[in-house]
Write a protein that binds this ligand. Sequence first.
Ligand code: CP
Length: 306
Amino acid sequence: MMSITQNYTKHFLTLNEFEDKQINEMIQRALQFKAKRASLDLSNQYAVNLFFEDSTRTHKSFEMAERKSGMQVLEFTPETSSLKKGETLYDTVKTFEAIGVDMIVVRHSQEAFYNELLERSDLTCSIVNGGDGAGQHPSQSLLDLMTIYEEFNTFEQLKIAIAGDIRHSRVAKSNAMILTRLGAEVIFTGPTEWMDPSLEAFGTYKEIDECIKEVDVFMLLRVQHERHEKGEKSYSKQAYLKQFGLTAEREQQMADHAIVMHPAPVNRGVEIATELVECNRSRIFQQMANGVYARMAIIEYVLNKS
Ligand code: CP
């Protein structure tokens, strides 16, 4: 995993650059936006969302957050852009900076894509990481923190299982790091071959049937087939659900207060039984709703710093 080489305060790259206090402030601001106790008027500010990997939630949630904040949003489609003529990400970003964009949200398959951008140029616009390969997904982490905080009012002492394809998941990395820092106990569960040795300091491994009864939060992940290398072990849908997934039998063993989370998209019937996606414990659609407000808090932070 590449590290960030400078203190880029006007950008939103990973949560590692933020102090606990700042993260808590952003959660509180997101809750205020959700409760309509605060609003933004950024009608003279411009945003563009450069999504080079597929996305529904992050892309449209950022766009909704930008529009709710009053921002002007420029359209961008990689397939009809000058990327087709060989333009690089760096030159695309410099172009949007030159024409006056204030904030650029980027999702890219290259881990830590932002390092090259920020090392080559002292950009006047803010860069927001919408997910960098198998690196980090900080806006997802912020909305996940907001959702957990809404439920428990704290992170300390919570037992949070992150289940599934940990090694290929930027959500797992971002969340394991920040949740541990904020005082939660992280448990990893899923196929052992998909565990990530680089995350050993942030949690311990347990079989699903060993941890399901004790967790406060059961956070599921999609199997990231698009990041699997040739020869990667594969499972049938039924076999995966039975061995590693959240079945109705396992859900019944969870503590009364425990919740189920998933960053989505969900593969119903693989990591989670179809009927559990919208069960009482599920916060999956609440996470999506919270994403808009968490992203408004991010927009406010980076544009204030700019
Ligand atoms: N959770 C998430 O990142 O979803 P998308 O890939 O649809 O943006």
